[in-house]
Design a protein around this ligand. Structure first.
Ligand SMILES: NC(=O)c1ccc[n+]([C@@H]2O[C@H](COP(=O)([O-])OP(=O)(O)OC[C@H]3O[C@@H](n4cnc5c(N)ncnc54)[C@H](OP(=O)(O)O)[C@@H]3O)[C@@H](O)[C@H]2O)c1
Length: 321
């Protein structure tokens, strides 16, 4: 086995992994764990692992790794569940992923601004009923929680659409045209927010954060329908308490929601969320990783590592993201 061998264990569609490997990692040995022939291969000589929800035994078997590269932007899939070697973990950052996430966030914000669920229902019922209230984007404040790679891009694109945009993150950020708050400013941030966007990683600090207490802090009486705020989440489902979301929708603390991520995925068929008016559900597809882009990103990071340059997008294991 050559020095720089790569083990790939991506629980993506196997065809997409096989197709992308045809022109990825030229000149290197690659062991694709989706290939049944590799089931019992010796992985002790692998220097790099490109993973998404890998097999539980992978890190025991590939015990000489130098770098672990996550096939997604989030790393909760490995940090929470595996005994990891003491190697750097690089997460996936790529234009295609960022653009996709911002498309989802802008789309969902516009869906709630323009009352699309109401008009879709009226269309099904053959009803011609214009609404009285037509707020503009500028009348609505979107508060983005998490101003990392994805949150910062979504915030800028929401701003281009005319929304008033504010942001919140652990450490203070400067983004032109967007007022930002650090962790200490949560109450003020929530009190100004009509559409709350969750783009946080799942960590010990963010687990269960989107709960009844937090929703109660959102602005009531804003420009959206009935003055009620809306919750969007495309970060991680573990950050939300779904029973609290359902209760807040029922008691009017929330006027709508768009959720791409859930506490348990797939979302159970008997979740009340499926049938709720003004709720849009998507099956964790807001920003899918493009397999070819994952491999290009891994190639760049491996090349940097072998040239002795610093890796990019390295996870801070203490913070958990
Ligand atoms: N649904 C999907 O399809 C999909 C696709 C890709 C990613 N995601 C999710 O999106 C998440 C964000 O991705 P990203 O690339 O933007 O990550 P990132 O660049 O690491 O940014 C994370 C942001 O969250 C903030 N944050 C983390 N913990 C916090 C806390 N306890 N309190 C306040 N702020 C906190 C960070 O604050 P600092 O800036 O101060 O560090 C940072 O601004 C990923 O972790 C993943 O879970 C979902």
């Amino acid at each position: 086995m050559s020095a720089g061998s790569i083990v790939v264990d991506l629980k993506f569609a196997p065809e997409s992994v096989a197709a992308a490997l045809k022109d990825g990692f030229a000149g290197r040995e690659v062991i694709n764990m989706a290939d049944p022939e590799n089931r019992d291969r010796d992985l002790s000589g692998c220097a790099y692992a490109v993973v998404w929800k890998p097999d539980p035994s992978l890190f025991d078997r590939a015990r000489n790794l130098k770098v672990i590269i996550s096939g997604g932007a989030g790393v909760d899939h490995i940090l929470a569940s595996y005994e990891l070697p003491d190697t750097p973990i690089v997460r996936f950052v790529d234009r295609s992923l960022t653009d996709r996430m911002s498309e989802w966030v802008v789309l969902q914000s516009l869906i709630h601004l323009r009352q699309v669920p109401v008009f879709a229902r009226q269309q099904r019922e053959h009803l011609w009923e214009p609404r009285d209230s037509h707020p503009e984007a500028a009348d609505v404040t979107v508060g983005v929680m998490g101003l990392g790679v994805l949150g910062a891009d979504a915030a800028k694109k929401l701003k281009v659409m005319g929304f008033d945009v504010i942001g919140w993150s652990r450490s203070a950020k400067r983004i032109e045209g967007i007022e930002t708050f650090d962790a200490t400013g949560l109450e003020t941030f929530l009190g100004r927010t009509d559409i709350l966007v969750g783009l946080l990683p799942l960590t010990d600090d963010t687990r269960g954060l989107f709960n009844a207490d937090l929703f109660a802090g959102l602005r009531q009486g804003g420009a959206l329908a009935a003055g009620r705020p809306v919750f969007l989440n495309a970060g991680r489902g573990g950050s939300q308490v779904e029973t609290d979301i359902v209760a807040a929708l029922e008691n009017g603390v929330l006027g709508g929601a768009s959720l791409d991520v859930f506490q348990t995925e797939p979302l159970s068929a008997d979740s009340p969320l499926w049938g709720m008016e003004n709720v849009i559900l998507t099956p964790h597809v807001a920003a899918m990783s493009d397999t070819r882009a994952v491999f290009r990103h891994a190639e760049r990071q491996i090349a940097r590592f072998e040239r002795g340059e610093p890796l990019e997008h390295v996870v801070d294991r203490n913070r958990g993201y």
